[in-house]
Ligand binder design. Sequence first.
Ligand SMILES: [Zn+2]
Length: 292
Amino acid sequence: MPELPDLTIVAEAFHAALAGRSVTLAEAPAPLAVRGTPAELKALVGQRIERIARRGKFLIIELERDAVVVNPMLTGRFQLAAPGTKHPTKTAVVLGFGPRAAPGVPRDAAKWTAGAPWLPADDASAEIRYRDPTQMGKVYLRPAGVDRPIPGLGAEQGPDADDPALTLDVWRSRIKRHPGELKNLLRNQAFVAGIGNAYSDEILHAARLLPLRTRASLAPEEVDELYTSMRTTLARAFDVLRERVPPTFEKQVRDFLAVHDKGGTPCPRCGTTITEIRPGGMITSYCRGCQR
Ligand SMILES: [Zn+2]
């Protein structure tokens, strides 16, 4: 499942590649993935992209009038490609974009994208293909003036896990309202947005805390350690993913993680064999040797 680090890389790359271009094509080969009408989809054509951003586990494409919001859920993935190349299987939605009018790459593009070889030339066209083999994800069309509800996006969301406004003080105060198990806490989008099954395991390993520990059992310094570990884990993931994901934005890079889905292999910190449990079919990995 794409989480905050994965979607941040996609959003930053797509913003750098596509902002300022106008939609030339909007098609839904798998229309069940789309929440919106065929007319609303068609009406995207001609609109310029203002911004591509991430909020929680959503990718948001802001056009000059309308918006498109994607919740990729478990298996949704995004490809950036040249028109005419073969679509991936199970492509649900294709958005095509024309050449970029002046002034080229947007000024607010993420610095790491500068001069990247995968950026389409300003005079070239480009496409986003959204594919989803399980069709669990959704592509929400948000035409101006249509208040289509998007479950999980909006007021019920907590701050993004990497939001600068989520300071240690804010963290200490927000976490008091959540007494439950730490893994569930980190995955609770109303507490903090963007973290899912994989990165919750990583953050807890970095913080040396067991996933089934409860927040109520934490000492104040452990509450602080959880915050610090969240930030350092995300920062490290950004560094790795920026290097390794482009230009195959549709591939999920997870092999660098320390514990998630690494059950049976030695813990990189202490060498103890990593434990894996599957409550409700969902993999949880942790180290009994160095997590308490
Ligand atoms: Zn360990």
